[in-house]
Design a protein around this ligand. Structure first.
Ligand code: USQ
Length: 505
């Protein structure tokens, strides 16, 4: 077999418990360093938590050779791998739980329902109705025979989380338990503090628990492309760290930048929380040999996965309000409600995007290809890049096929963000090293969203909450409507001719 993870070895496997004759966790950052310290005499030994009969051995068995790694939908997967999803009730968490469960993973999870509460606090609701968790679990069991080990819990309740981690001993932890909204973090001081407290302190506490309870687990932590900002120099957005051949030249001297964390330039207090997480996760990999993928995900959109589409009780949430709706999801709802699509500012902003279903596939690939102990790795999880005004045109076009007359409006930008900028996103690891090939075309997913949301009961749920669509939360702290700059029909306007680059080669 020559799948993407066939040649990974015990070094990557969370079942391998390292038992070196030195305290290898204090040795530094690379296998080479450990080996150099151990000298010719030394050996790094492991014990396999799944195959204790093997005793101590050198960590060199490949996934392909190991009977615990079996063929799955995407490459090899660890038999009955225990995956804990933090934030299992959310837009992504629920879709991932179903997918993993269906693929044979043993799924556990927690949620404190913050997302339900914060959306309700803002007077909005999910357009796709979702069941209470008890009913969701019941439906997952009835339809797919799944038995999720779920607890209601806040990640900041460390005693409870410690007990749950100890009980489950997850071999991978997917960390979605953060408040994901830039505008929500800009409402006022209380909201900004709550977002940073939940996200940053929650993650920091989690890292200490992982160190003490499940140091071999791999942490797949959701970051965001917005950590990087959009540098006006056009410098490529590398995957977290500068590549080996990057250099800095200054006053006639030159340095290597290879391996250094690239600059971050977040665009809201929410995005700042993700940057702080980045450093906390990076440090804990360094101090304690934890392993992690930091997933810099682009703007997510869409509604469809095979499992969530199977039964209305399995659907995942879908928000369109100014705080929790992401731009594509919002635009489709606006088209249906007869509101001209709200482009903030010039609409020349370029963003990386990924559809829900593609994002879920990426997560499976990351779970089944864990980093090595001590390895902090970053992936840019993006499947396409688009300008906002192009997105509005695409949505208008697909809306027309559904019989809708769609208008577009440019409104004063409530955010502080660069509107005209170059953008080059490097996203090589997922397609080149982890075998990911996006399958969801943007028009296809937008079409699916229209089809679902145009069901009369969902259209009335959009109309019921139409007053939560127009932005009122400004980055200045003021609350006021954004004035309309211009309104136009699709195809009427010529846009700037700069475009972004998605570098997957
Ligand atoms: N925008 C509009 N009109 C709207 C809503 C948004 O023009 O009605 C613009 C925004 O100004 C921004 C872009 O669309 O330039 C994206 O905004 P968004 O609200 O869809 O996404 P964003 O605030 O960037 O945050 C979302 C998720 C967040 C995730 C992030 C990925 O809410 O959790 O981290 O996407 S990224 O943007 O790549 O950082």
């Amino acid at each position: 077999m020559s799948c993407f993870n066939a040649n990974k070895t015990c070094w990557n496997c969370p079942a391998a418990v390292f038992k070196g004759n030195v305290d290898f966790r204090a040795c530094g950052q690379s296998q080479d360093e450990i080996k150099a310290k151990l000298g010719d005499e030394g050996q790094i030994m492991i014990e396999c938590a799944r195959r204790p009969d093997l005793g101590y051995f050198e960590p060199s068995i490949t996934f392909e050779q190991c009977p615990e790694w079996i063929e799955g939908e995407y490459g090899l997967q660890l038999k009955n791998m225990r995956v804990m999803i933090l934030g299992m009730d959310g837009y992504l968490g629920w879709a991932l739980a179903l997918k993993l469960g269906r693929m044979g993973f043993q799924v556990s999870g927690i949620d404190n329902y913050t997302r339900r509460d914060t959306v309700a606090e803002k007077g909005a609701h999910t357009i796709v109705p979702i069941e209470r968790m008890t009913e969701r679990l019941h439906a997952a069991s009835e339809i797919y025979g799944l038995n999720f080990n779920y607890r209601r819990m806040d990640i900041r309740e460390r005693d409870h989380l410690a007990a749950f981690l100890d009980e489950v001993k997850p071999e991978a932890i997917v960390h979605y338990a953060e408040i994901p909204s830039a505008p929500y973090s800009m409402v006022d001081a209380d909201h900004a503090i709550e977002v940073q407290d939940n996200n940053t302190l929650g993650t920091l506490g989690l890292l200490w628990l992982i160190k003490d309870i499940v140091p071999e687990t791999s942490l797949i932590k959701l970051g965001t492309m917005g950590e990087y900002g959009a540098p006006l120099t056009g410098r490529p957005l590398f995957e977290g760290m500068f590549p080996a051949d990057a250099t800095l030249t200054w006053r006639g001297r030159e340095w290597s930048l290879g391996g250094e964390i690239t600059p971050r330039d977040p665009v809201s207090f929410y995005h700042v929380s993700k940057v702080q997480d980045t450093y906390n996760v990076y440090e804990s990999c360094k101090y304690w040999w934890l392993r992690s993928y930091d997933v810099q995900q682009g703007v997510i959109y869409g509604v469809h996965t095979e499992e969530t589409a199977k039964d209305p009780r399995l659907r995942t949430r879908f928000d369109i309000d100014e705080w929790f709706g992401t731009v594509i999801n919002r635009f489709v709802a606006q088209a249906i409600a007869g509101i001209p699509l709200t482009i903030y500012g010039t609409g020349e902003q370029i963003k990386g995007f990924i559809a829900l279903e593609d994002a879920m596939e990426c997560m499976v690939r990351l779970i089944t290809s864990p980093p090595e102990p001590g390895q902090y790795d970053v992936v840019n999880q993006v499947s396409g890049i688009h300008k906002l005004n192009e997105i509005a045109e695409i949505i208008a076009k697909v809306g027309k096929k559904h019989g809708l007359k769609v208008e577009i409006q440019r409104v004063e930008n409530p955010r502080v963000e660069t509107e005209v900028h170059p953008l080059e996103i490097v996203s090589r690891k997922l397609p080149r090293e982890l075998g990911f090939n996006p399958t969801v075309l943007v028009e296809k997913e937008i079409d699916r969203v229209f089809t679902l949301l145009m069901q009369p009961e969902l259209t009335s749920r959009i109309k019921e909450k139409a007053h939560t669509i127009m932005p009122k939360t400004r980055w200045t702290g003021e609350k006021k409507d954004s004035g309309v700059i211009e309104k136009y029909k699709p195809g009427e306007k010529t846009y700037g001719d700069h475009h972004g680059v998605l570098d997957t080669e």
